[in-house]
Design a protein around this ligand. Structure first.
Ligand code: E4P
Length: 217
């Protein structure tokens, strides 16, 4: 499973990338707002750090304007994936931009039919939003499983990018189902390493090491 980090914070991207945890990055206008940075500048900086796909989202809502914005974003670096909302105009822009050889991440996917039609439009990635479905008492994992089944039934090459991940269980379940990629905030990726029995065990070992007077360097 590929790991994308869902942030525009440079320090987090650097730290996780140095650890080999970053196969790509996803951003959106809310994450750009949080970073306080200019979208073109911060996206370029991210692309200089990370070699995998870096999603940068358009803000236009009409196909021709989305295409123009997508071309401008794609010109930042060869590893840009233009992020387009799952609307009819977004699908039109997806067809054109993928036809020009650009990667496209179709975002804000909340149904299997939306994922099916994005694959038909040639999307490189489809981003089903797990957490936002959970927020309205629907099961985001059912959506990931349905898309996996449908894409496998017909051999669609669009990669399932499990998004809006809020917990380590979302990561585990996405991996079990076979999502190609997951994108999570840095804090969720760090939590994947945590276990209370690891902390408890380490505490005991350190106490015993002190009693034994162990010194290594
Ligand atoms: C994905 O590409 C989105 O940027 C992100 O996962 C949205 O997550 P949220 O629902 O926690 O805002």
């Amino acid at each position: 499973m590929k790991f994308f980090v869902d942030t525009a914070e440079i320090a987090d991207i650097r730290e996780l990338n140095d650890l080999g945890m970053v196969d790509g990055v996803t951003t959106n206008p809310s994450l750009i707002l949080k970073s306080g940075r200019d979208i073109l500048e911060v996206t370029k900086e991210i692309c200089d750090i990370v070699s995998g796909p870096v999603s940068a989202e358009v803000i236009a809502t009409e196909a021709d304007a989305m295409i123009a914005e997508g071309r401008k974003l794609a010109a930042i670096a060869p590893n840009i994936a233009v992020k387009l909302p799952l609307t009819w105009d977004g699908l039109k822009a997806c067809k054109v931009l993928t036809g020009e050889g650009h990667m496209v991440n179709v975002t804000l996917c909340f149904s299997a039919n939306q994922a099916l039609i994005a694959a038909k439009a040639g999307a490189t990635f489809i981003s089903p939003f797990i957490g936002r479905l959970d927020d309205i008492n629907l099961d985001g994992m059912d959506l990931i499983a349905d898309i996996r089944t449908i894409y496998d039934n017909y051999g669609f090459e669009t990669q399932i990018l499990a998004a809006s991940i809020r917990s380590v269980n979302h990561v585990l379940e996405s991996a079990r189902i076979g999502a190609d990629v997951m994108t999570a905030p840095p804090e969720v990726i760090r939590k994947l390493a945590a276990h209370p029995l690891t902390d408890k065990g380490l505490e005991t070992f350190l106490k015993d090491a002190a009693k034994a007077g162990i010194k290594i360097v």
